[in-house]
Design a protein around this ligand. Structure first.
Ligand SMILES: *Cc1c(COP(=O)(O)O)cnc(C)c1O
Length: 379
């Protein structure tokens, strides 16, 4: 049985072309990029050109690109490091959207325990944040605002530029988690007007354990990982050279192939939704104007975990909410923020398409899902 993978928001497979570009840095070119000798210089050459390439793709300067271990570290660093720096300016209030990734929410919870005050922006039924709700919460003590660019459960796109402007007018720093945006849209930090932005390589066919935090020059952020002079003294640790090289190559390829991929994915989504369209009590979350690769859906009265389990047995991999939420089987905070009750949120599953899925695969997955829903409703 060929398994069907429809969980690209959790992770994507490493592109073989990208692996080939990484391999020399995992074998012959093993120097520590910070060593001043020939081995080190060769490794640093790879790191430098990766940094240049990523800066170029994000419309940033190379010295504004900081390599991290992925989206979680970038989110943690931006929020905790940004809040600590803001506190030194007398600002101890931060604002996050209620639908941030757990990596951001947990960072805010930690800050709250340390005495920061934290406010959460609500979303409407379609998962969107309004400019007015941010405006209403800004105070002269607000030091940091964090709103993700694209949600990882619904694909909902947020008005980042507008929100960043509001934060800036009140003297706060603006951070966006663009981990789910990077696979599907070109990112320009200047056009977005953000001070910090996070991406993660494994969400766009690059290696796991590697990400970027963009920090605009002049923006103050305290380091989180200390112990070395790497990343201009702000993020210690021997550079993961092969991963950084792979991330740059993956981002470049992703940008180059993005419009064709997006077009294909939009068709896959349509085929999938047509395949399940006859089923009673179907609700789809995420839609017009959002990223089409990610959607959450729900069949009234059917448990999401049961659906995921039965689909897996049938060879189709999807997720119940976000990947991290499904292990603990907690109802999704995103769906609850959109107004669903806990029981309704437990009925949700997330389906996320990728560039290598085929129409045949999604048609089959939809047919299997339809069958399983009917079977579960009878039992
Ligand atoms: C996957 C994801 C993260 C975490 O990134 P990792 O590299 O897996 O740590 C953060 N934010 C969003 C929106 C994500 O989808």
């Amino acid at each position: 049985m060929e398994r069907i993978y429809l969980d690209h928001a959790a992770t994507t497979p490493l592109d073989k072309e990208i692996l080939d570009k990484m391999l020399p840095y995992l074998t012959d070119c093993y120097g520590n990029a910070d060593s001043p000798h020939a081995f080190g210089r060769k490794a640093m050459g790879g790191v430098d050109s990766a940094r240049d390439k990523i800066a170029d793709l994000l419309n940033a300067k190379p010295n504004e690109v900081y390599f991290t271990s992925g989206g979680t570290e970038s989110d943690n660093w931006a929020i905790i490091g940004g809040a600590y720096a803001a506190k030194e300016r007398g600002r101890d209030h931060i604002i996050l959207s209620a639908i941030e990734h757990h990596a951001a929410l947990a960072a805010a919870e930690k800050l709250q325990k340390e005495g920061f005050s934290v406010d959460y922006l609500p979303v409407d039924r379609t998962g969107r944040i309004s400019a007015d709700s941010l405006r209403a919460r800004m105070t002269e003590r607000t030091g940091l605002v964090a709103v993700m660019a694209v949600n990882n459960e619904t694909g909902a796109l947020q008005p980042i530029k507008e929100l960043a402007n509001i934060a800036h007018e009140a003297g706060a720093v603006f951070f966006t988690d663009a981990v789910q945006a990077a696979p599907h849209m070109a990112l320009d930090v200047k056009a977005l007007g953000v001070d910090m932005l996070a991406i993660s390589a494994h969400k766009f066919y690059g290696p796991k354990g590697c990400g970027v935090l963009y920090i605009k020059s002049g923006v103050k952020v305290k380091p989180l990982v200390v112990g070395g002079e790497q990343e201009r003294g702000l993020r210690g640790g021997t550079t993961n050279v092969a991963a950084v090289v792979g991330m740059a190559a993956a981002l470049e390829k992703n940008v180059r192939t993005m419009s064709a991929n997006n077009e294909k994915i939009a068709t896959l989504r349509q085929v999938f939704l047509e395949g399940i369209s006859g089923v009673d009590g179907l609700r789809v979350y995420g839609g017009a104007g959002d990223v089409s690769a990610v959607l959450s859906l729900r069949f009234l009265g059917v448990s999401g975990v049961d659906l995921v389990y039965n689909l897996d047995l049938a060879g189709v991999s999807v997720s119940a909410g976000a990947a991290c939420a499904s292990a603990s089987v907690k109802p999704s905070h995103v769906m609850m923020a959109m107004g669903l009750t806990e029981k309704e949120a437990r009925e949700c599953i997330r389906v996320s398409f990728g560039k290598d899925n085929t129409e045949e695969e999604v048609r089959e997955a939809a047919a299997l899902l339809k069958e399983i829903v009917e079977k579960l409703r009878k039992s």
